[in-house]
Structures are given as C-alpha cells and as structure tokens.
Design a protein around this ligand. Sequence first.
Ligand code: ACO
Length: 391
Amino acid sequence: MEKMITCSSLPMTAPTATPLAYSPGLEGVVAGETSISTVEDGLRYRGYPVGELAERATFDEVAYLLLYGELPTVGELAEFQARVAMARRLPEPVRQLFHALPKWSSPLDALRTAVSALAHFDQDMADNSTEANLRKSERLLAQMPVAIADHYRISKGLQPVMARQELSHAANFLYMLRGTEPPAEEVRALDISLTLYAEHEFNASTFTARVIVSTMSDLHSAVTGALGALKGPLHGGANEKVMDVVRSAGGPSTAEAWTLDALARKERIMGFGHRVYKTGDVRAGILKPIARKLAEAGGSELVQWEDTADIIETVMAGKKGMYPNLDWPAGRLYHAMNLETPVYTPMFAMSRIAGWSAHVIEQLASNRLIRPRGLYIGPAGRSVKPIAERG
Ligand code: ACO
C-alpha cells in the first residue's frame, strides 16, 4: 500500500538555533579565506602592492603570480608565455558560433557564450585537480582575448586575424582586434590596466565563481557565471558607462553644474563609489595619469574629456565624499586608445580570468559548499486549502 504523507510524517525542520546575522548585500561579511589578494593594506596580490606590480612587472608576470603564487623567473615566464601563445586559437565550431549570433549580441554576451562553448572542447573540462585547472586557466587566458577579437571582427564583417605567438597578452589583443601592429605606449598602457583589473578579492564576479565551483562544478562553468556577474553596470559594466557620463557633462565649462544637477536628481555617477573603498581606490590613482598621457598624445578633444573628468571628480569628492574607482580612468583610457565601448567590459574579463582561475583553484583546495541562509520575510505559516475552497 502506498504510504500517505501526512503532516505528522514530515520531519520537523529546525535548521538553526543560532540567531541569523544579516547584512544587506553581504556588506562587511567575511565569506572565506584567501591568500590571493587583500584590500586591507592597500591592494596587494600575493603580498605585492599593486602599484609596484603595475610599475615593475607586466600583466603576463602578474597572471603567473596569481596562478602559481610567486613572480616568475625569466625562464618560467618564457615557458608560461609560450604555453599561453600556443593556446591562442578557438576550435572552429566556437568561431562559427559568432556568425550564428544575432547582430545585436553584445561582445560580453558573445564572450560568455564562447567560454561556455569552449568547455565542450577542453579535454580537461571535468578534471578538477589543481594541475588540470592550471592547464584550463592558461587556455582560457589565451582564448578569451581571441574570442573577443574574433567576435568583434566577425560582427563587423571583417576577417579574423591570426594570433601572434611572440606578442604579450596586451599586444596580441590589440593586434588581433585591429590587424595592425600596436604602438608601444598603447601596449604599455593597456598592460598596466590589465594588471590593475586582474584580481580583487571577493568581488561579485569572483564570489560567483567560488559559489559555482563550491558545488564541485567545473572551471568553465565558474567563469561563465563570473562573466554574467561582471556584466552588470554596478560591477564590470561600469567602464562602458564612463564616457557617457563624461560626454553628458558637456565639457569643462559645464561639468560642475551638470554633476551638481545629476546628484540633485539622485543619479548614480558610473565610475564612482565602491563597496569596500570609501576613501578612494588606489588603482584609479595609478591609472589616471596614464589615461591623461595617452589623451594628450591623442589631441585636444581627448584632453578636454580629461579636464571634464577632473571637474566631476572634484565635485563628487566635495559634495558626496565619493571617489573614482578603477573603471573611471579605464573607460577614458580605452576611449583614448580609440577602442569601441562595447569591448571594455570584455577587456576587464580577459584580465580578471587570472584572478577568477586562482580563486577557483583555491576554493577547490579546501572546499566547503557555499550555502548561506535567507532571512524569511514572507507570510506567516498557513495551511493549504483544496483548490475548490480557495476564493
Ligand atoms: N554616484 C552617486 N551616488 C552613489 C554612487 C555613485 N556612483 N554610488 C553610491 N551612491 C549612493 C547611493 O545612491 C546611495 O545613496 P542613498 O543612501 O541616498 O540611497 C548610497 O550612495 C549608498 O549606495 P550603495 O549602492 O548602497 O553603496 P555600495 O557601497 O553598496 O555601492 C557601488 C557600491 C555599487 C559600486 C556603487 O558605488 C555604484 O553603484 N557605483 C557606480 C557603479 C560603478 O562604478 N561600479 C564599479 C565598481 S568597481 C569595479 O567593478 C572595478
């Protein structure tokens, strides 16, 4: 006979006797341990101040540091760069996907689709050992810029450009996007921005990656989810909004009045504010002079946007006690490099893949399922009336 489920046969659920702590947006909550980076004492990756890394190392060295824990020697870097360069190609079916996507697909959405599709072609996909995850991380580090550049060119009806093995991450990306040799000062500026974007502790996209892999899922799934989290304008999507803000302000003569008006209308000024940094983001200070230098090399129109941005900064600090985050100079720097706005957040991602991968590997090394609680604010307990009795 079939067993009837009665209320009395259901287990009584008393999940916790401890009062639940609740912090909206998880503000101030420590969600895990990490040895990859800290924001406690200025931003440091594996103990190194990010400013020193930006000045004395390249993004390729920083990516190695994040993945392997130490800065590389000359030999280690050469081997790492050679492995990454060898992986700079997409399986043909993944490239064909870019032809199949609607014309209006954004570069970030296309990148997210590409990473998800790449999982099917990676022989290590289901292997969660550290060794396999390092191999997959290096491959994604190599493939993501290729995916961004190929999608960009295909969406414009242009032929994709073959990767160049001897170029750095930054130089090869610019080369593949444009099909021409990039100037050294642009390569260096982009390289520094990638170093600054590479890692940032338990930010929204990295936390997403850690949650996904904490279920013992896989690195490609974690990165696909992280890309979805990065896309939003409160996170990585903000760098695509920066030039809208600067242009809306009109120019140096109208910027102060425009900013005051926008604040009075309670508008959010994209590129300002941060959940953790309340007195300024060190990364923004490092990139700001680099953005101005490139603007000065590019002519007076670009310089006037830098002047406009400076005025917005002054008003935001004075009236709101709010400071720029990294996206503020990065959006202007990429504009000064004549790159099209919809690739800015994907460019953030082709750097942050280093941090995401390091966190996936760290999470799996001492994994515990990430499963917080919700504070219930719904109706009080009630019983189900048969449908005929509901009116
Ligand atoms: N411009 C104007 N006001 C702002 C801004 C801003 N950029 N950021 C926050 N505020 C205001 C809010 O309107 C809110 O005001 P209220 O209390 O009067 O309602 C108050 O500050 C607190 O806002 P929260 O969203 O709760 O602050 P939080 O610290 O959680 O937000 C965040 C951090 C999401 C980054 C926010 O500052 C923001 O939206 N900034 C713009 C988007 C952006 O630049 N994101 C990039 C983040 S950094 C990165 O990804 C590299």
